[in-house]
Design a protein around this ligand. Sequence first.
Ligand code: MOS
Length: 740
Amino acid sequence: MNLIGQPVDRIDGLLKVTGEARYAAEFPEARLAHAVLVTSTIARGTIASIDASRAQALPGVLLVMTYQNAPRLPNGGKPALAPPAGRRLSLLQDNEVHYSNEPVAVVVADTLEHATDAARQLRITYQSSAATVDFTQAKPNAHAPDRPQGRQTDTQRGSFDDGMRSGAVRVDATYTTPIEHHNPMEPHATMARWDGPQLTLYDATQGVSSAAQAIAKTFGMSPADVRVISPFVGGGFGCKGSSWSHVSLCAMAARQTGRPVRLALERPQMFGPVGARPHTEQRFILAARPDGTLTAMRHDSLSNTSVIEDWTETCCMVTRMLYAVPNQVTTHRIVPLNLGTPTFMRAPGETTGSFALESAMDELAVALHMDPLALRLKNYAEADPQENKPWSGKSLRECYQIGAQKFGWSRRSAAPRSMCDGNALIGLGMATATYPANRSEAAAIARILPDGTAMVASGTQDLGTGTYTVMTQVAADALGFAPEHIHFALGDSSLPRAPVSGGSQSAASVSPAVRDAANQARSQLITLALADEASPVYGIALEDITVIDGWVTSRSQPGKRDPAAAIIARSGGKPIEATSTVKPGDEKQKYSFHSFGAVFVEVHVDAELGTIRVPRVVAAYDVGRVLNLKTARSQLMGGIVWGIGAALQEETLLDTRYGRFTNANLAEYHVPVNADIGALDITFIDRPDPYINSLGVRGIGEIGITGVPAAIANAVYHATGVRVRDLPVTLDKVMGALQV
Ligand code: MOS
C-alpha cells in the first residue's frame, strides 16, 4: 500500500479556494424562487392569528405558507422513522409552538430580498403559556430515556457499595456543561426541485441516502423518487446528520409554488430548529485504595431534551469502558425543556462525559497525592471492562508514554500554583481521549474507462474532512492507477449507498468498499489482458502481474506491459465495472472497537486578571491506520481546537424569561480564532486495527475534541489551585481565588 498514509494534498483544495466548489445554496436553477423561514417568538403556546395580507400583497411574493394552508402530510408529518433519521419536525401541520425559534411559516418570493421583506411583514400573534426552560427548576421532571442511541440507559457491574467500602479515598463532585451550538461555516441550506413526482434536493447534509429516506417517508413517497445531492458540505459536526424541518418545508414550498425553491437558514436560525449539544449535569463518585486502585465509580448524567422528542447526551459511554474499575453504576436521565431538540454534536456524550470523568480522575489524583498519569496507568483497562471483550487494538499506553515524553510531563511539579513565569501561573494538565470505532455497511463502484482513467464512486459525503482525497488514495492504490487518473464521486443518493457521515464512521465504512470494488475492477482488467493474444502480457502467469500507473505489467520483465486504455480498446471499448457492498461481520461480538489518545496541555493563567491562554497542546493518538497524514492531522487539530473552545469559550446563553438564546450569532457565540491557538503537536501511533476492516482504518472525526476540556480544566487547577467544574472555564471562575 504505497499511497495509503501519504500526506496527499486535498484534491478538492483548488476548487474550494477558487470558489468553484458548489455548496447547497449555490446551485443555479432556472425560475429559482427564494424562501425565508419565519420562526416563533414564544417558547410555548399556540398561534392565535396570522395576518398575511400585507406580506402577500408585496411585489414578487409567491407563497406565504403557514399551518393554515400548508399541505397536509401523511401521519401529520410525524416521524415515520425513529430518530435521528426521522426527527420530530415542525412542518406547519398545527398551530402548536414547542420552543422559541420553531418554524411557523415559510415565505417564498422571486428574490431573496422580496422574501425577506415579506417575512418581516407577516403578523403572527400567539396565545402564550408558561414554558419550561430552566434546567435546574425542571430537574424533578427528569425521566429515563429508552435505549439512547441504541445503548443501555443504565449499567451496573460488580457491587458499587462494596467498592465504596473498600476505597477509602473518595471524590464526589458534580460537573456541568452548557448548551452549545454547532455553527458550521456553512449554515443549513436546501434547494428543492420537483420534476413531476420526482423530487431533487440539493442539501447541506451528512447523509444523502438517509436524507432521501427520511424525506420519502415524511411525504409518503417512494425512496426511488427522491434524490439528494450534496457534493460539498461546509462542516456538519452532527447538526447536518438529521434532516430537519427546513428541508421538508423547502420541498413543500417548491411543490406549492411549482418552482424550484432555495431555503438557506440565517445564522440566528441555527440556534433552535437544527439541534444543539444539551446542557449536562453529571455527578461523579470515585473511590480508590491509597495505592490508586479504583474500587468504585458512579456516574449519573442529566441532560436536557425537548418536549417533542427524547434525545440523550450519552455522557456515560466513556465511563463504562475506560478504566478497569470492578464496581460501577452509570445512569442517564433527561429533562424535557421548551427548547429545540438537541442532537449529535462532535463526540456527543464523549466530549461532555470525558470532561466529567477525566476531571474526577484528576481530583482523585490530588486526593491520593498521586501523579494523574500514574493514576490512569494504575487503572489501565487491558480489556473492555463493561463488555468483557478484548480490544480490537489499544495502544493507549504508548500514547501516554509518547505524549508525556514529548510534552515534558516529568518536569511538572505536583503542587498547584508551584510553577510560574513572571505574571503567568503555569499549569500542566492531562486527560485521556477516546471514541468508539464505528463502522456500517457501505457500497462503492469502480469503473475503468476507455480513456484509461477510472471513475470510482460511493454515496458518501465529504464534510470538509477529506473524504474525496482519502478515497481517491484508496482507489488509486487498489487499482494501481495514479491518483490524478481517478475521479472519485460522492454526495449523491443515486450512487451506491453509504452510511451517514456521523459517528466518525465514513473512512472505516467506505474505504473497504472502495478498495474491494477497485480490486475487482483491477482483476477484470488483468484477466482481459492476460487472455488477449495481442497483449504484451499475454500468457504471463498471474502471480507475475501487477498494475503500475494504469499499465498491466510483468513484475519480472517490467518491459512487458499494457496500458488500460489499449486493453479496453481491443476488447470492445466498453468500460470495466465492479461494484461492491461490504458490511461488518461478527467482529463486534468478539472485540471492543475504540480509538484512544492522550492529551497534555500547558495553560498560562494571568495571576491578576485570570485570563487563560493555552500555549501548547501535545497529543498522541491510536486511531488505527492513518489514510492520509495531512488530512488526518487536520482532523485532529480541528478537534483539539474545538476542545479548547469547549473548555474556555463556548456556551449558548439562555434567557429563561423567554426561552430565547441571547447570543445566537457568531459575534457573541465565542469560538477560538487563530490568536487563541498555540502549538498543537500531534503524533499518530499509526498501527492498523487488525479486526475492523480490510485496511485497518478507524475514524478520526471526533476523538480529537475528547479529553481536551478536562486536560485544560486540570491544567487550570494545577496553575491556580481553583477547580472549575462548570464549563466553560472563564476568568470570572478563577479570578476570585487568585486575589486571596
Ligand atoms: Mo458526528 S456528532 O456523529 O456528526
